[in-house]
Design a binder for this molecule. Structure first.
Ligand code: DAH
Length: 330
């Protein structure tokens, strides 16, 4: 009995000493396992007299239950302790500066396109995107640009075959929309265009926004009003401009709009425009005696270069982050 009491005390001390669940498991095996010390005691009971057997087995079993309870409690305690120390160790320092993630931004050309589009949206224009692969008819023929006309050569076209090409301007959309919609039409056509050209002011791909108004009684003054107001909106101030007579096969009269630098009196051409040629209207089955139309084509790169004082058009497409990051907060 003495030995037993001593053993139970030892077991309890051993349990308390354990610092990990693994250690606790080992203690459990040591005393309660198949060959554990307490198990051996119970096995030895068979050598006792009947009365002693009964007496001791009751005590031992009671104690055994106590030990099992002890182990359970300690195991719970250990689990909590381990969690608590882990939480303490892993505490978050909320005062540390966060890891910065680098946000991108819209490309300056996209930003300018959106900006220009917004102006025309307020005037009730609809924006329509077109396909970049076009045929000769929509890019040239229907726009009153005959086969051997020099204007065709100036476009430095990328041809796929004798008929298909990468559109050289967004004017092709004038034809497509006038064929599919009935007047009144008030549309802009933003998009990519392609020409075989590469230097400080030309890239093989660039962007245009074409505008078209078809209605009864559209006159050159409607066109002028829109261009004036658009440029006022775009530059955020009154700019000196001139409508310089020009030539485009699909408009008559045609004009190019120049910006005039008031200090140097230098001029810079920024867009082409005009009254849609009666031949073009006839090509799309709109009667030029009833309807008239005006159109304009804005070079988006050129406008963006003016807006941000950029001198080399190629910087838009070099993908140099030092350049592009400058347009983050616009
Ligand atoms: N398509 C012409 C070009 O790419 C630009 C242009 C000029 C468009 C006059 C027009 C216009 O709509 O009326 O050079």
């Amino acid at each position: 009995m003495l030995n037993l009491n001593k053993l139970f005390k030892e077991i309890k001390i051993d349990i308390k000493k354990t610092k990990t669940i693994v250690e606790l498991d080992q203690i459990k095996i040591k005393y309660l396992g198949k060959k554990g010390i307490l198990t051996e005691y119970i096995k030895n009971l068979k050598n006792f007299s009947c009365i002693d057997k009964k007496k001791y087995s009751i005590i031992i079993n009671q104690k055994k239950q106590e030990i099992i309870k002890n182990i359970k409690q300690h195991s719970q305690y250990l689990t909590e302790m381990i969690l608590e120390t882990r939480i303490k160790k892993e505490k978050i320092d909320v005062s540390l500066p966060g890891r910065r993630c680098n946000n991108g931004c819209l490309h300056p050309i996209t930003q300018t396109m959106n900006y220009i589009k917004n102006f025309f949206f307020t005037l009730g224009f609809q924006s329509i995107n077109g396909l970049e692969i076009e045929d000769e008819y929509h890019n040239f023929d229907a726009l009153n640009i005959p086969k051997n006309h020099p204007a065709r050569n100036s476009h430095d076209t990328f041809w796929f075959d004798s008929n298909r090409l990468l559109r050289t301007h967004t004017s092709n959309m004038q034809i497509r929309i006038m064929k599919s919609e009935k007047p009144p039409i008030r549309c802009i056509f933003p998009g990519k265009v392609y020409r075989h050209d590469y230097d400080i002011t030309h890239t093989p791909m660039f962007h245009q926004i074409e505008g078209l108004i078809v209605d009864k009684n559209i006159t050159f003054s409607n066109l002028k009003w829109i261009i004036y107001n658009f440029l006022y909106y775009f530059f955020g101030k009154k700019v000196s401009i001139q409508f310089r007579p020009s030539y485009f096969p699909f408009t008559t009269p045609s004009a190019e709009v120049d910006i005039i630098n008031q200090d140097t009196l230098q001029t810079l051409e920024i867009l082409g425009c005009g009254m849609v040629h009666p031949n073009v209207l006839t090509n799309v089955n709109i009667d030029p005696n009833i309807y008239s139309a005006c159109a304009f084509g804005i070079g988006v790169e050129r406008m963006t270069m003016l807006r941000y004082e950029i001198y080399d058009i190629r910087s838009f497409f070099d993908n140099d982050l030092r350049f592009l990051n400058q347009f983050k907060y616009n």
